[in-house]
Design a protein around this ligand. Structure first.
Ligand code: NAI
Ligand code: 15L
Length: 277
């Protein structure tokens, strides 16, 4: 399969996070320089291949400086769980806008966006989804990822910046509960999906589900076949262990919806209580 040139300087945002720490190591063979960024402290550069640049994604000038000199971006940074809208607005919505504006200004041609299954979280677990179904976000977090996907689409149509939006399922060392038997993405498969997203010659704006080869999976990636991503791992090897957990009641969000418990988060009160009068 044809591959475009590897990035000369790859920016990894969210590098202090769970997946950031994984990709910090596993993406090293696929770039000359790796610029690592987060709002939180990062371990010092381990070699001259690494550059550390702390940055709040909500700070437009800082993000502009962060992106300068990079030719591709893997964007993991932001809030990764359901939180009050005001927090999501800054880190995820303003953050992804700042990132694409900086990409436009500095001529970055390729972005890999860590989207989430929570973009489609309110679909029932009984429905198989392809990559074209309308969004059905399950909270402010899912809405921010839907915004990120639409922003990626706009920056391709308007400015030709290509993005792969990976709707990551559940990427941990192993599935943590029954739902994750359907949504799990191994770190090895995550790395290969990110690599394919960087080197596939033409992606426009491609949406792909980030899941391993789970027989219990809900997602159809036929629309992203051009990425050539073939998952190697499967959640089935963990099934017996996961099924030792107490069963989930059939009417619980974790058993009904693809987004699981995220569908029951909130509301978040950020104003004083409404008075009784
Ligand atoms: P994480 O929460 O461990 O890492 C996110 C990182 O972003 C953190 O290190 C945090 O300090 C940083 N961050 C937060 N606000 C920031 C800001 N204003 N400026 C700069 N950095 C900021 O999350 P994880 O699990 O590593 O996920 C990485 C990405 O993948 C996230 O965007 C998440 O939404 C997405 N994702 C992850 C899934 C998973 O299963 N791990 C599933 C679906 C999506
Ligand atoms: C996500 O989007 C979260 O970032 C991650 O922490 C998991 O909760 C995952 O989805 C999931 O749905 O399991």
């Amino acid at each position: 399969m044809n591959e475009r040139q590897l990035p000369q300087r790859l920016l990894l945002t969210g590098a202090a996070g769970g997946l950031g720490r994984v990709l910090r190591e596993s993406l090293k063979p696929f770039t000359r320089q790796l610029r690592l960024s987060d709002i939180a402290d990062l371990a010092p550069a381990s070699s001259s291949q690494e550059e550390i640049q702390l940055c709040d994604l909500a700070d437009k000038a800082a993000v502009d400086a962060l992106v300068q000199g990079c030719d591709a971006i893997v964007h993991l940074g932001g809030i990764s769980v359901e939180r009050p809208f005001e927090e999501i607005l800054e880190a995820n919505i303003r953050g992804v806008f700042n990132l694409y504006e900086a990409a436009r200004r500095h001529g970055v041609q390729r972005v890999v966006f860590a989207s989430s299954n929570h973009v489609i979280g309110f679909y029932p677990q009984t429905q198989r989804l392809d990559t074209t179904v309308p969004h059905r976000p399950d909270g402010y977090y899912g809405l921010s990822k839907a915004f990120g996907e639409d922003l990626a689409n706009f920056y391709f149509d308007r400015y030709g910046i290509e993005t792969v939006s990976i709707r990551i399922g559940s990427s941990f060392t192993e599935p943590r509960d029954r739902r994750m038997l359907s949504t799990w993405l191994s770190y090895r498969d995550l790395t290969e999906l990110v690599r394919r997203s960087l080197v596939t010659p033409k992606v426009g704006h491609t949406v792909v589900y980030g899941a391993s080869d789970n027989p219990a999976g809900w997602w159809d990636n036929a629309g992203a076949r051009h990425l050539g991503f073939v998952p190697q791992d499967s959640s089935e090897v963990f099934r017996a262990k996961v099924e030792q957990q107490p069963p989930v009641p059939p009417d619980a969000p974790a058993a009904l919806y693809q987004g699981g418990n995220f569908c029951a988060a909130g509301p978040f009160e950020t104003l004083p209580p409404v008075s009784a009068t």
